[in-house]
Design a protein around this ligand. Structure first.
Ligand SMILES: NC(=O)c1ccc[n+]([C@@H]2O[C@H](COP(=O)([O-])OP(=O)(O)OC[C@H]3O[C@@H](n4cnc5c(N)ncnc54)[C@H](O)[C@@H]3O)[C@@H](O)[C@H]2O)c1
Length: 388
């Protein structure tokens, strides 16, 4: 008999759907001792919350997250609301002894993320941050390849995260739909929203980032704010580029923008080492590109005319997560990254081996984001203070 894991989900937007879908599907694809129960959906608009709850099968709704946290029948609080709400909700949930899974970026600032990390550790509650891209099978395979020592001494890390949806200067900012363009709600622009993902992946694959120097730009200086109806200064970074030094001696470049015409979710990385390289692009998510150098005289050396990049279709049973899905050659997609992450979190509760990234791990990403934003202001190199 599986044990119920009673979920209180906060937010019914993009992530509210992605997470609800994961709670529904995870028991069908993973053999776990806990089975999520959609106990309550929380959002401020009662009617919309009711519609969402009915559609997804939530047992009840709350319109105030404080009420949700007070409830004794909730085991897990899932924070799927905008960034400026994460801290207060997480602190209250930790105090109430709830497990917490929180969307990224963990917080608005490093100071907030430190407070949240202290709170969950003091309360001893299981916690995770939804850096779901770690659970793309091809990205997990890249991690495995690095762990197996196939890249050798790393020299270069190169990441991009490009989109194109804010180019028009009549796109408004703020309010329920465009809070991402309002730094009071989002904390920052592409740095916290997109580069946080790239930084999490980079440090997972290539270790701590110790130093950064950045350039940020806000291309459209004023936009109509949806709450006031008035033109107001745009306070987010529309684009950010930074150079990074890693603790292992390698160096990196990171670039993110929402002004790259034609790019939708162009999240890529390449890691080059002495013995090999890996390359990935989220717009082509089934593939990991791998180059393996064989030194002259190596036993398994390929003939020189056959040496080249290998395109691995990451759908075999032996690839990360793929033994839970379809037969080889049949692909999985975006939604599966959340299901895989949730399965790992639940396994973590069951084995007592906390799943990564937890709050402490995500705090390190926040440190890099803050150092990047600070450098974007004065152009100086900054120490990140990351400790992994
Ligand atoms: N892991 C990822 O890839 C990924 C992708 C998108 C968003 N996110 C993160 O998820 C979070 C939510 O983003 P989204 O795209 O789902 O946003 P969204 O605007 O689609 O949804 C936000 C939801 O939060 C609700 N909400 C806002 N304030 C609230 C409050 N005080 N109490 C209760 N509910 C409240 C809104 O009603 C809405 O349902 C953000 O932190 C964002 O950065 C992560």
């Amino acid at each position: 008999m599986s044990k119920p894991l009673r979920v209180g989900m906060i937010g019914y937007g993009f992530m509210g759907k992605a997470h609800s879908n994961a709670y529904v599907k995870v028991p069908y694809f993973y053999d776990l001792k806990h089975r999520p129960v959609l106990a309550a959906l929380c959002a401020r608009n009662k009617e919309k919350a009711e519609t969402f709850a009915k559609n997804w099968g939530y047992e009840s709704i709350e319109t105030d997250w404080r009420k949700l946290i007070e409830r004794k029948d909730i085991d897990l609080i899932d924070i799927g609301s905008p960034n400026n709400t994460h801290k207060e909700i997480a602190l209250a949930a930790a105090k109430a002894g709830k497990m917490i899974v929180c969307e990224k970026p963990l917080a608005m600032t490093t100071a907030e993320a430190e407070e949240m990390t202290d709170a969950v550790e003091k309360a001893g509650v299981p916690n995770m941050v939804w850096f779901n891209y770690r659970r793309v099978p091809a990205i997990s395979l890249a991690h495995q390849v690095v762990e197996e020592g196939r890249i050798g001494k790393p020299f270069h890390y190169r990441a991009t995260y490009l989109q194109d949806w804010t180019i028009a200067d009549d796109v408004p900012q703020g309010g329920a739909t465009l809070w991402r363009l309002d730094a009071d709600v989002a904390g920052s622009g592409v740095t916290g929203d997109l580069l946080a993902h790239s930084i999490d992946t980079a440090m997972w694959l290539n270790g701590p980032i110790t130093d950064v120097t950045a350039a940020t730009e806000t291309f459209v200086k004023e936009r109509v704010h949806q709450e006031t109806g008035k033109k107001q200064p745009v306070t987010i970074d529309d684009a950010c580029m930074f150079l990074a030094k890693f603790a292992n001696g390698s160096i990196g470049t990171f670039e993110s923008t929402r002004y790259a015409r034609g790019r939708k979710n162009f999240n890529t990385f390449e890691l080059n080492g002495a013995n090999g390289s890996v390359h990935f692009n989220l717009e082509d998510p089934q593939y990991l590109d791998f180059f393996e150098y064989k030194a002259p005289g190596a036993a398994e050396k390929s003939p020189d005319h056959l040496t080249g990049w290998r395109r691995i279709h990451v759908t075999n049973f032996e690839h990360p997560y793929m033994d839970h899905w379809w037969v080889p050659g049949c692909t999985v997609g975006y939604e599966h990254t959340f299901i895989n992450a949730l399965a790992d979190f639940i396994k973590g509760i069951e084995t007592g081996k906390p799943t990564q990234p937890d709050f402490r791990n995500a705090l390190q990403t926040q440190r890099v984001c803050d150092a990047v934003l600070a450098s974007g202001k004065d152009g100086q190199w900054k120490k990140t203070g990351v400790s992994l």
